[in-house]
Design a binder for this molecule. Structure first.
Ligand code: 2BA
Length: 109
């Protein structure tokens, strides 16, 4: 068995979960925040048999899309009379960041 941990964008999460559920694949959705952009994203925990891993990855790939996000840099502390203009920096995010982890044991107690 494997645990698929997928960090996806909020806009894609509902569709991805629905598509997984349609294929009989259970998932848990956790609200999370990216360390770089400090913006909300969603982490999906998906426990699957080894044979279902390709199916789960395909569903994630089909439902999670790359998008542009903008990061506004924090200006440095200015001395009196100094002036800094900050411009938003474009960053490409997604489709999904996926980890596939072996599961030692799976119990429902
Ligand atoms: P964030 O950390 O907010 O990163 C958002 C996007 O910013 C990343 O998209 C990447 O394009 C860019 N980025 C991240 N760190 C950067 C850096 N040090 N310098 C320049 N650009 C940087 P993705 O790579 O698609 O990642 C989307 C989200 O997936 C991340 O949000 C984070 O929540 C998660 N993630 C990505 N790699 C991870 C990792 N190795 N471990 C844990 N979570 C990860």
């Amino acid at each position: 068995m494997k645990l698929v941990i997928a960090v996806v964008q909020g806009e894609d999460a509902q569709r991805a979960v629905a598509a997984l559920t349609d294929r009989g694949i259970s998932s848990t959705r956790i609200g999370s925040t990216g360390g770089f952009l400090q913006q909300g994203n969603v982490t999906l925990l998906i426990g699957v048999e080894d044979a279902q891993v390709p199916d789960a990855l395909r569903i994630i790939q089909e439902n999670c899309h790359e998008r542009s996000r903008y990061l506004t840099p924090v200006p440095p502390l200015a001395e009196p009379g100094e002036f800094f203009m900050t411009y938003p920096v474009e960053v490409q995010v997604g489709g999904a960041t996926v980890f596939v982890v072996p599961v030692d044991s799976f119990e429902k107690i």
